[in-house]
Ligand binder design. Structure first.
Ligand SMILES: Cc1cc2nc3c(=O)[nH]c(=O)nc-3n(C[C@H](O)[C@H](O)[C@H](O)COP(=O)(O)OP(=O)(O)OC[C@H]3O[C@@H](n4cnc5c(N)ncnc54)[C@H](O)[C@@H]3O)c2cc1C
Length: 416
């Protein structure tokens, strides 16, 4: 008989994990507090599919003292193994994303190409110094001249200063939510069950397995017709806590994981805001807006094309897990105007902000939790979509007792 596995959370991490486990023949049951897949951090994703580039991530985002201390301590522990394992996982993940798109016919408005702006000579020199290290890690990244970057992204503002750009092979953009919705259907086709509006309250050891306490937590207001259609297969459940036994469970519930783990897991919240607007389609100006993904680390900004829409994100702030921040949407509009002027219609702008879980060293928490039968797929960070397909595949292989496609031993929670 196949083993039963509970997956907690149906963001990108939960949906990909459910798919990979079901593909290996496990009986999978996903529990999601919200009404559909990819409603939280995964809904907000800026749409970039990016390879992991160590050293480029912004380390200067506003953050509380406690977090900065933890990050400093994590940095002192070294972590070379973790960095090289993450680079290998990132490569695997982008390849797995492409494979799933092709094999399953997923259409998430994907576009190829990801450029990182180097606005001035100082930033270009800093990137040049890192280039050899990136290539030694097997990352395919190329330093290109500003003129070449403008050829690849002809919608760029000719007056915006640009010294050079990094071109990332295998990078691109797409619609993470569409990807998750379509992969959910594929996981269901393989037998995985999805129970929405259902909150997991506790997980306890039960002989050789785990006892999950969950509760049907429908929204206070009656669901709208479209929400009802999307959740679809979740019939009203009995009210009050219910216990259900599983052979194992995977926590894919981001910032809420420490509550279920029952131990201190130092996760901080990384906040980011986004603005999404329809692309302006003007006859005679076919190059308005980005062709794919454009990142400007100097303004903490990323711009991506998803179908006929443009999404711009930024304003990274780190806080304690429960804190809230007020996003500066104006800064995002200014950043978009700086790089791609006049590229969107301002009538139908959607603004939003979201939080994602982040560990002190900024790397994922992936693997066995230390409690028998309980596994973690957490803290995928600012490149969570780029990492999610590989993380799920490797985790499923480990749970099945198979040799993992890449070693992730250094990415477990024990390192913190
Ligand atoms: C503004 C923004 C922009 C981003 N841009 C990019 C980008 O361009 N490229 C990229 O690669 N990544 C990006 N990311 C990061 C990426 O979106 C995240 O790393 C990824 O979505 C995390 O997925 P997740 O499944 O771990 O978390 P989530 O999507 O947050 O999913 C966790 C789920 O668990 C559920 N849950 C929690 N507790 C319980 C419980 N007790 N019981 C049942 N369900 C529970 C929640 O309801 C939620 O649906 C961005 C993130 C943000 C916020």
């Amino acid at each position: 008989m196949s083993r039963s596995i509970a997956v907690v959370g149906a963001g990108l991490a939960g949906v990909t994990t459910a798919y990979e486990l079901a593909a290996l023949g496990f009986q999978v049951q996903v529990f999601e507090r919200g009404g559909s897949v990819a409603e939280q951090a995964s809904f907000a994703s800026s749409a970039l599919l990016s390879p992991f580039l160590p050293g480029l991530a912004d380390a200067s985002a506003p953050a509380p003292l406690g977090f900065r201390l933890r990050r400093w301590r994590a940095g002192r522990k070294g972590g070379d193994d973790a960095v090289s394992q993450l680079a290998a996982l990132s490569r695997l993940s982008l390849a797995r994303t492409t494979e799933l798109r092709h094999e399953l016919g997923l259409d998430d408005e994907a576009s190829d190409g990801l450029l990182i702006a180097l606005a001035d000579a100082k930033r270009t020199a800093a990137a040049e110094a890192l280039l050899e290290g990136w290539q030694a890690l097997g990352l395919q990244v190329e330093l290109i001249e500003a003129g070449e970057a403008r050829l690849r992204e002809p919608g760029l503002n000719a007056d915006a200063p640009l010294s050079a750009a990094l071109a990332l092979a295998h990078g691109g953009a797409g619609n993470a939510r569409l990807f998750a919705q379509q992969l959910r259907l594929q996981a269901q086709r393989l037998g995985a069950g999805f129970r929405f509006h259902t909150t997991v309250r506790a997980i306890a050891a039960d002989g050789a397995g785990l006892m999950l306490r969950h509760e049907y937590t429908p929204p206070a207001e009656a669901p709208t017709r479209s929400a009802e259609r999307e959740a679809g297969d979740t019939l009203p459940q009995p009210l009050g806590p219910q216990d259900e036994r599983f052979d194992a469970a995977v926590l894919c519930n981001g910032l809420d994981a420490p509550t279920l783990l029952g131990e201190r897991l130092p996760l901080s919240a990384q906040h980011e805001a986004s603005v999404t607007a329809p692309l302006r389609l003007v006859e005679g100006y076919p190059d308005l807006g980005p062709k794919a993904g454009w990142v400007d680390p100097s303004r903490d900004l990323s711009v991506a094309r998803a179908g006929q829409r443009v999404r711009v994100s930024g304003g990274l702030t780190v806080t304690d897990a429960r804190a809230r921040v007020n996003p500066d949407y104006e800064a995002l509009h200014r950043g978009l105007q700086h790089w791609f002027p006049g590229s969107v219609l301002h009538q139908q702008v959607q603004q939003g902000q979201a939080r994602r879980a982040m560990s002190a060293d900024g790397l994922p928490l992936l693997g066995a939790s230390g409690r028998p039968g309980l596994w973690l797929n957490l803290s995928l960070g600012g490149q969570g979509w780029g990492l999610t397909c590989g993380s799920a595949q490797v985790l499923a292989q480990l749970i099945a007792g198979q040799a993992p496609a890449v070693d992730i031993a250094a990415l477990g929670p024990q390192r913190l």
